[in-house]
Design a protein around this ligand. Structure first.
Ligand SMILES: [Zn+2]
Length: 417
């Protein structure tokens, strides 16, 4: 019998063809297009491989309730859950998302079809994260042809709205109880390192109220913009304090190389300011918004208390009329680096990549963290793009063809081929 690894080399063309078919269904979000079409396409492939497939729509009212700022987005929010019971002892959950960010900017190739060039494949979503799905479908069909049975029961969750959040299809499947398994592999990541942790995310907002007046007699009004300045200074002082903290979790290789920062760190950002109508009107309202990314060692309650305390101090001192709110967007994730499943993923990744692949934390926040909070599963993310080369979320997104082959071998070995 031919070895699966060699066989997968001979199936590279098929993997690229499947990837092309996925890329040609443009699933950009916002607004979230063609979700039903891409899920039908993948469902057909998985049914041919004897999976029990369920297409799951997130109800419109739930989508709007959980994503209040996105309720203007039309289109069905469609997800897929596919299961195959192989009478194995343990079940492996494999997940990634099939939505992509829009393809604006100056692409040198057509974004919504695959172009092969110089050992690369170009197209929107090839790295983030349709490439993983193409690899998975190729491996499953190759294993069946060679009559190799995966050593786990398989639970495949392919979801949407990851690129937008906060409440993505994966969060919904977690709440529905569709993610039952023993181990969890997310293909949504890159191949630079294995992501075992991520920062949590709090969105904050401060509304400063004043009193509008004719600017010629501005001393009779209360200028909400001017009142916001000390609030911002206080937040910047807090930022300096917070950003000295460090997690125990190693930072990604890319970040360490670029900045010398060795571990995950928290950040506080002011990212939006809205105020003012016209030069000659004293503004009666100033809204500031931002986010606070917190490390796994920090707690949501403490993060909010710290922000509230800072704002309360400045409110008192400068007699400012303001309101502050903190929204829990994503929890942090932290998987035990010594868990046997995580060590197994690392061993297999290093074997196929032929180099050391370290554990690392993500500065950003993941919908995987939500699923982990609900299921308690040991989880990690390993994908096939390269962080500094693949241009995920930018123009000319690409992967190496050799990485696509590497990734099919990774999945095959992990599943026991
Ligand atoms: Zn992604």
């Amino acid at each position: 019998m031919m070895e699966l690894s060699d066989y997968l080399e001979s199936r590279t063309g098929e993997a690229i063809k499947t990837l092309d078919e996925l890329v040609r269904i443009p699933t950009q979000v916002p607004p979230g297009e063609n979700y039903g079409k891409i899920m039908d396409f993948v469902a057909g492939k998985l049914r041919d491989l004897d999976f029990e497939v369920e297409i799951i729509h997130m109800p419109r009212d739930l989508f709007e309730k959980k994503n209040p700022r996105l309720s203007h987005l039309q289109g069905e929010r469609v997800n897929l859950s596919a299961k195959k019971n192989l009478q194995a002892e343990k079940t492996l959950l494999i997940n990634t998302h099939l939505d992509v960010v829009p393809a604006s900017g100056n692409w040198s190739v057509q974004p919504f079809e695959v172009t092969r060039k110089d050992g690369h494949i170009f197209g929107r979503g090839v790295a983030d994260s349709k490439g993983g799905v193409a690899a998975l479908l190729t491996v499953l069909s190759a294993m069946r042809e060679l009559n190799i049975k995966p050593k786990y029961n398989l639970n495949i969750a392919l979801t949407t709205d990851e690129e937008m959040g906060p409440y993505s299809g994966l969060c919904y499947l977690a709440d529905l109880g569709k993610l039952k398994a023993d181990y969890f592999l997310s293909m949504d990541g890159d191949s630079d390192d294995i992501t075992i942790a991520s920062n949590g995310n709090v969105d904050w907002q401060v509304d400063v109220s004043g009193k509008s007046y004719h600017s010629g007699s501005s001393f009779l009004g209360v200028n909400a913009i001017e009142k916001s300045v000390p609030v911002m200074s206080e937040l910047l002082e807090l930022k300096a304090k917070i950003e000295k903290r460090r997690s125990k979790v190693p930072a990604s290789v890319a970040i360490s190389k670029k900045t010398g920062i060795k571990t995950l760190m928290p950040v506080l950002n002011i990212t939006v300011i809205n105020a003012g109508v016209k030069q000659n009107i004293v503004p009666d309202r100033c809204t500031m918004k931002g986010d606070r990314r917190y490390i796994p060692e920090e707690k949501f309650e403490d993060v909010c208390r710290e922000m509230n305390d800072a704002v309360a101090r400045v409110k008192e001192k400068h007699d400012i009329n303001l309101k502050m709110s903190c929204d829990d967007i994503y929890a942090p994730m932290l998987t035990d680096m010594n868990h046997p499943w995580i060590l197994e993923v690392k061993r297999v990744a290093e074997e196929v990549a032929g180099r050391e692949v370290r554990f690392a934390g993500a500065q950003g926040s993941l919908d995987v963290a939500y699923a982990v909070r609900v299921t308690g599963l040991p989880a990690c993310c390993f994908g096939l793009g390269r962080r500094t080369e693949s241009n995920a979320h930018a123009e000319d997104e690409n992967i190496w063809i050799e990485d696509l082959v590497m990734y099919t071998k990774f999945l095959a070995r992990l599943m026991g081929g």
